[in-house]
Ligand binder design. Structure first.
Ligand SMILES: *[C@@H]1O[C@H](CO)[C@@H](O)[C@H](O)[C@H]1NC(C)=O
Length: 359
């Protein structure tokens, strides 16, 4: 999922020394418990432990009603269980609908139930569930997002799952049989096809340059986005970016499929694009074509090239494991831990933009 962050960028530029999250006295405590009698439902109790009332962004975050990724799930051998829901890219502006916010007063809490069996293939056994991320917010009942994000890290919940019951549980994304095709699917108008082709080509150049920078460029620039200078992390990031360059570099071959039309019906207002990791399919929404430039030279601005780069990192066929949406936008992404940033799609898009722009 990907936010159009234009208004946030203006705020960030105007306020170059943005306030670190800690100084605002915000905090979220998220506690996971097992829902009795369910196949694999997890109750998340979300408590505002800071001093201010927060209007939390739900769209594309841990609080979204859509089957976006909310939990990291590992099996008994500590191996991650693949996510089979949807990563949606959302337009990040100051005129988001009220429906996309959840107001949580200081000291208050609420429960939300997450159906893990709908977006993970679970067998019989014991699984561990956890979540870590950063949620953009406005203060009080305002809808004007600050350029901060409130971070959270849950407990690790272990839960025994009955594989037979999990197998029968309805899936969030019904299986569809779409014939095997090459990367860029038919059904694009000629102008959308041209826009997509140009974006994928720019995506390839940006990813290639960012891969080189990750491998051998400035270590402080790398550390700004990925919170470490470890050479093994640098090679992982470089390898993923190089794999993105390969995927974006061809519209006629590769492991991902790319659509100009909303084949799965997940576009809505403010959604730019989405990725189904289980099938390695990427869909551009009408907003991708109408609201984004091909390539921006503004620091941390969104464009089609970095949106496609962001989506490509989600696909396990590009590089496995695929990335998650742990945070969106610069402030939230650089607030993540290193391990979380390395698996965060927007960290790659932002880093590639910064290497291209030179900011
Ligand atoms: C929220 O969930 C917790 C943990 O399962 C439970 O103890 C509490 O009663 C729930 N609160 C509400 C309001 O449902």
């Amino acid at each position: 999922m990907y936010f159009a962050r234009a208004s946030l960028i203006l705020a960030a530029v105007a306020n170059a020394a943005s306030i670190p999250n800690g100084k605002r006295d915000t905090g979220l405590e998220v506690t996971l418990t097992a829902a009795e009698g369910s196949v694999a439902d997890v109750i998340a109790t979300v408590k505002n432990v800071g001093a201010e009332s927060l209007n939390l962004l739900t769209l594309g975050t841990f609080l979204d009603a859509a089957p976006v990724q909310k939990l990291a799930v590992v099996d008994e051998a500590n191996a991650p269980v693949a996510f089979t829901g949807v990563y949606r890219s959302i337009q990040y502006s100051n005129d988001l609908s009220d429906n996309y916010f959840k107001l949580l007063a200081a000291g208050e809490s609420f429960n939300t139930t997450i159906n893990a069996a709908a977006v993970h293939d679970l067998k019989s056994g014991t699984y561990s569930f956890s979540a870590e991320g950063a949620i953009p917010f406005a203060i009080g009942d305002s809808k004007e997002l600050t350029d901060n994000a409130v971070t959270y890290k849950t407990n690790v919940l272990t839960m025994a799952v009955d594989g037979e019951a999990a197998k029968l549980a309805p899936k969030a994304i019904p299986e569809m049989t779409i014939a095997e095709r090459t990367v860029l699917q038919s059904g694009c108008t000629s102008s959308n096809k041209a826009a997509t082709t140009a974006a994928l080509s720019s995506c390839a150049s940006l990813a290639r340059a960012a891969s080189t920078a990750a491998k051998s460029g400035s270590s402080s620039k790398f550390s700004e986005y990925f919170k470490t200078t470890s050479s093994s992390v640098r090679s992982t990031v470089a390898a993923r970016l190089s794999a993105v360059a390969t995927q974006c570099g061809s519209i006629t071959s590769g492991g991902t499929k790319y659509y100009c039309t909303d084949v799965y019906d997940y576009c809505e207002s403010n959604v730019l694009a989405y990725t189904l990791p289980s099938t390695n399919e990427i869909v551009n929404c009408p907003l991708y074509y109408s609201d984004l430039p091909l390539l921006s030279s503004t620091c941390h601005a969104q464009d089609r090239a970095t949106t496609s780069l962001h989506e490509m990192t989600h696909a396990p066929a590009t590089y496995s494991p695929g990335t998650d949406d742990n945070a969106y936008g610069y402030s939230a992404s650089i607030a993540l831990s290193s391990a979380s940033a390395v698996l965060n799609a927007d960290s790659y898009a932002l880093y590639a933009n910064a290497i291209y722009v030179g900011c």
